[in-house]
Design a protein around this ligand. Structure first.
Ligand code: SLL
Length: 221
């Protein structure tokens, strides 16, 4: 075991992610000569960090997308971002997105591979929802990858700029209850403090002006 694969006790770090698919109805213009006649849609399935420009390659060895067996080479392996696969087809099915981390022994990462199940959507979920005119569908989900008791190396990767995530301590290890604040929430809160202070000052100033005006008025009467 390398020196940087020691685990940090009672600490978790969560990485906000997005995954899902876009789908477009094929039209005579978008259809290629090679597109099979029974294919009705073009779709793209993807996985990415919420902060799109984060480089996860220090952590991720590859991401695989397991498609339905009606596809040729159903397991598509992507080693660099964007982690996505574009295909055409006719039917909806479940896609297994698998994240492979770099092996622990060499790099001190030591995270288990992680699976996400995504139901590929080609048709709008709810017939009552207003349909997009062009028949586009976007089925995108938010989730967080939680790194519990990360190794020193994972801690270093996730907390270093520009990823800059804030680790949180588990207050009760058994319940794994989690208290955490993300950097953007921190920023928002400190901005709010500044505005609250400004409003307080302005209220005091107005009160002062009012009482002065009130005094002046009394002097006249
Ligand atoms: C369904 N259970 O019946 C699903 C299966 C399979 C979708 C959907 C094939 C692409 C190809 C394709 O779109 N498969 O022939 O290359 O709805």
């Amino acid at each position: 075991m390398s020196s940087n694969s020691k685990r940090i006790k009672f600490v978790s770090i969560s990485l906000p992610i997005l995954y899902g698919n876009h789908a477009y109805k094929l039209t005579p213009e978008t259809r290629k000569t090679t597109t099979p006649a029974d294919h009705t849609h073009e779709w793209t399935v993807f996985f990415k960090p919420v902060l799109g420009d984060l480089d996860l390659t220090p952590l991720l060895k590859k991401v695989t997308f397991k498609l339905h067996e009606t596809y040729e080479n159903p397991i598509r392996s992507i080693e660099r971002p964007p982690y996505q696969v574009t295909e055409t087809g006719w039917g909806e099915f479940e896609i297994i997105i698998k994240l492979y981390f770099h092996p622990g022994v060499d790099l001190g990462i030591n995270e288990k591979n992680f699976q996400i199940f995504h139901a590929l959507k080609l048709h709008p979920y709810n017939p009552q929802h207003p349909k997009r005119e062009n028949g586009e569908v976007h089925s995108i989900l938010y989730d967080e990858l939680v790194f519990n008791e990360p190794t020193d190396k994972v801690f270093e990767i996730l907390t270093k700029k520009p990823i800059n995530l804030i680790p949180y301590k588990l207050t009760n290890e058994d319940k794994r209850d989690q208290e955490f604040i993300r950097p953007d929430e921190n920023d928002e809160l400190s901005r709010l403090d500044v505005y609250i202070e400004k409003i307080k000052q302005e209220t005091e100033r107005q009160a002062e002006l009012y009482s002065r005006a009130e005094k002046e008025k009394n002097n006249f009467t």
